[in-house]
Design a protein around this ligand. Structure first.
Ligand code: 26Q
Length: 821
């Protein structure tokens, strides 16, 4: 292909590659070429690849500067990148040559790739989505930058204690130095905290005093696939403004002098490990403001370099808010415009509201951010004034449009008056944005009709949109599933499908082709063996790759209902135990795999992990079910572990209570890899079923509209579990019988199911078992039909490429266009 000619390094031959790797071993790493391990080989290879990335990065950025197109900025507190080397090699089209070079040096590429640590600067779905979006924006040649924080410690490492509980260890991911970042020690921003704010005429203000923290930029190049276009994520790191406070130092107060420097550097220390749950920690708000202020100052500086008038700002800049975490960017841009750029208040607000758009990722009430006014007073006094001034004008407009509706005004206000006074970040994000989107059709509809209904009434429906999430097919098929990727490329005759995922439809021609079926099944078997080998080497457990692999991997949360899965497993266990040996021989053998982290403070989620582990221990050591049922919890779920698990699934479970999972993205990853979906009618499951056909998914459970009434009944006319589902009652009794550990351990969890049952386990249990029976039947009755379903699933996943999603943002929200490098 012609594009390759222009990519630096692509012409370089294997001898040149090996020479460069050896050069880095000797000069950058200062080691002897004949005395390095896999880690050394990884570092040297990464340094060699990095050079190629940087050349493309420079050319891309120079082109943006010269052409000065409208740009989009993706503000996300999380970028869950995983490993970079394999992805970079594939996107640059250099994997084969580098593998050969690495081989010549006596190393195995797989081992070298696995020496890299994951960059885990994210919790789960929202952070991984940001990573997929930057990949797609580079691939689609869109001028997009990400802005994030350079946490010293990423997502914690999960350990499982002997009693089955989750333990957390820190993730010092930067300890071995990070070849993928470019420190920009010259790119710095002063960020102020505290002090006092004065108001002048015309809503102008002066903010002074307090403490200043220095933000330092670290850039991370993001290569597109099959293009020179290489975008950037700028991660900010906090440094104390002054090493120490001279005055205190001279006064002999050494402790106080270093105190400021400690607290400043703290800001980017650690990623908050909460997922779908708001925690009102002051340091978190400091992180948010530090990052928003540094990013906006940087964006403003770049805009000013174009020489355009400030009124042109929204014509050259679009800023996407990834959830409410960067909402402070709205009052911060107001502050910059009004206080520093002398823009009149209303003109400034016009600029702001033509710049921002906001993506909502949840309708769960416990996840909506609300910050106590008191913390704002101390930390961000000028922003509090701005928010009050905005609220004043806004509520007048609301009162004008809906006279005498005090309740509506109270709901829409930026300030919640109950529970101490709190700032509602979602309301502020809506107010300051020109577009608000949800992440799947159902979710966007729920946003419009529940949490933001008042705002739809006020602004009209056109401000509210949907952009269904997507995933990058580069990482989530080409990279993680080489055997399937090769089969697809061989069958379709080119790799074009990687950049136009709808081309997978071409596989449908072979849905009944026996030879193709054989290859398809061989790829899946190969991926299952690969996973089985990993399980053997890490847990010492042997699993039979011929068994059906059932996988549920995601953050542990009550709404995601890993509990339903494990209770279903217990039901299966009890059923098999009650069988005769002849009957047992006919059961479809299953390996049920779980993985996922619980927030360290989420006690119930941790209890559910403990239950899964302990149920697994009992089942895996019971000779009655040997070879028929295996249950494992794989510790320390990560992007890299996902890359191993996802290609190996026969079935994956996405079984949230209807209406609670905004979208889900792992559902897409499994289906793209030919795993079938077992799930509820929720989030993007619905759209997956629309694409792949309802016959090719296993749906169960109550629908969203039923949920509220069911919950009401749980409260006011509860029906005992025994009556609703005798099967579930038996399972709960079994757990309480002590066979998995003392009843008192599980009682708090069992009680949530027996009473209240907010997530509707008891309402959906029988339906869930029924769906599992359908799975068994489909899997055992006709293997050909199963493979056909699998082929159909992959072939019809075109919609879920993040290229489609990012192009929708580009065209319908940001109004930006591709730039050829
Ligand atoms: C907020 C305040 C303070 C501390 C932490 C947080 C916080 C952090 C992370 C709140 C939420 C998150 C993460 C949310 C998340 O991952 N949501 C998921 O986003 C995916 C991408 O859109 C969806 O597919 C999932 O459905 C949604 O759960």
């Amino acid at each position: 292909a012609t594009w390759k000619a222009g990519l630096r390094g692509v012409d370089s031959d294997v001898p040149e590659i090996t020479k460069n790797i050896v050069h880095h071993v000797q000069t950058t790493l200062a080691r002897q070429a004949y005395n390095i391990d896999d880690m050394g080989a990884y570092q040297a290879t990464a340094l060699a690849v990095r050079e190629d990335l940087i050349v493309n990065w420079n050319e891309t950025q120079l082109t943006y500067t010269k052409k000065s197109p409208k740009r989009a900025y993706y503000l996300s507190l999380e970028f869950l990148m995983g490993r970079t080397l394999d992805n970079a090699l594939l996107n640059l089209g250099m994997k084969d040559k580098f593998s050969e070079g690495v081989n010549k040096l006596g190393f195995n590429m797989e081992d070298v790739l696995h020496s890299e640590r994951d960059a885990a600067l994210g919790n789960g779905g929202l952070g991984r989505l940001a990573a997929c979006y930057v990949d797609s924006s580079a691939t689609c040649e869109l001028p997009v930058w990400g802005y994030g924080l350079r946490y010293q410690y990423g997502m914690f490492q999960q350990l499982i204690a002997p009693d089955g509980s989750q333990l957390e260890a820190p993730d010092p991911w930067l300890d071995n130095s990070n070849p993928w970042e470019i420190p920009r020690l010259d790119v710095t921003v002063d960020v102020r905290f505290g002090g006092h704010a004065e108001k002048l005429e015309g809503n102008r203000g002066i903010w002074s005093g307090g403490q200043e923290v220095l933000a330092i930029a670290y850039d991370c190049p993001i290569p597109g696939s099959d293009t020179k276009s290489t975008n950037n994520i700028r991660f900010w790191s906090a440094r104390p403004r002054r090493g120490f406070d001279l005055q205190s130092f001279n006064a002999g107060n050494y402790e106080r002098a270093v105190e400021t420097s400690n607290s400043a550097a703290n800001i980017t220390n650690v990623l908050y490990p909460n997922d779908n749950h708001y925690a009102g920690k002051t340091l978190r708000l400091q992180q948010q403001y530090f990052w928003c202020a540094a990013s906006l100052s940087d964006i403003m500086r770049r805009f000013k370099n174009t020489g355009k008038d400030i009124s042109e700002f929204p014509n050259l800049v679009a800023i996407q808010l990834n959830d409410t975490h960067p909402t402070l960017a709205i009052p911060e841009l107001m502050r910059i415009l009004v206080d520093e750029e002398d823009v009149e208040w209303n003109a400034a607000w016009d600029i702001v509201t033509r710049t921002f758009s906001y993506t909502n990722h949840t309708v769960l009430p416990e996840a909506l951010e609300k910050w106590p006014v008191q913390i704002f007073e101390q930390l961000l006094p000028r922003h509090l004034q701005i928010i009050y001034d905005l609220n004043w004008t806004f509520l007048q407009a609301v009162a004008k449009k809906f006279p005498n509706d005090v309740a509506k005004m109270e709901r829409m206000s930026l300030i919640e008056e109950a529970n101490g006074r709190q700032i509602r970040m979602a309301n502020l994000a809506v107010l300051g944005s020109f577009k608000v989107n949800g992440v799947a059709e159902l979710h966007s509809e729920l946003v419009r009709t529940t949490i933001l209904k008042d705002f739809v009434d006020f602004y009209g429906i056109s401000k509210f949109a949907n952009v269904t999430n997507g995933i990058t097919p580069r990482r989530w098929l080409d990279q993680c599933n080489p055997s399937l990727s090769a089969l697809i490329t061989e069958t379709l005759g080119s790799r074009a499908w990687l950049k136009d995922l709808y081309l997978l439809k071409g596989l449908l021609k072979y849905e009944d082709d026996v030879a193709f079926h054989k290859k398809w099944a061989a790829s899946k078997a190969n991926n299952k063996q690969r996973l089985a080998a990993y399980i053997k080497s890490t847990l010492g457990v042997t699993v039979d790759p011929r068994a059906m692999f059932v996988i549920q991997v995601k953050r542990i949360h009550e709404y995601k209902r890993q509990s339903l899965n494990i209770l279903g497993v217990i039901h299966r266990y009890l059923t098999i135990k009650a069988m005769t040996p002849e009957e047992r021989a006919k059961v479809n053998p299953r390996v049920v795999l779980f993985a996922g982290k619980a927030a360290p403070g989420y006690w119930m989620a941790k209890l559910i992990i403990r239950l899964i582990v302990n149920v697994g221990k009992v089942i895996n050591s019971d000779p009655d079910v040997k070879g028929v049922l295996t249950v494992l919890f794989l510790p320390d779920y990560s992007v890299s572990l996902a890359e191993l698990l996802i290609p190996a699934s026969d079935i994956s479970e996405h079984i949230s209570t209807a209406g609670t999972e905004a979208s889900g993205t792992s559902n897409m990853k499994f289906c793209l890899n030919g795993g079938l979906l077992l799930g509820t009618v929720d989030g993007a499951n619905i759209e997956i079923a629309e694409e792949v056909g309802e016959d090719n998914v296993f749906f169960f459970g109550h629908l969203t509209p039923a949920v509220e009434e069911l919950r009401y009944n749980h409260r006011y006319n509860p029906i005992p579990v025994q009556e609703k589902s005798p099967a579930l009652a038996a399972v709960l009794d079994n757990v309480m019988s002590g066979c998995y550990g003392e009843a008192s351990i599980w009682e708090p969890f069992i009680n949530t199911v027996r009473q209240g049952d907010y997530y509707l386990i008891s309402d959906d249990f029988d339906s869930y078992l029924n769906a599992q029976a359908m799975v068994d039947e489909a899997y055992t009755k006709d293997p050909k039909e199963w493979i056909k379903k699998s082929i159909n699933t992959t072939a019809r996943m075109g919609k879920f490429s993040s290229d489609r999603a990012i192009m929708t943002y580009a065209e319908e929200i940001w109004n930006i266009e591709p730039v050829k490098i």
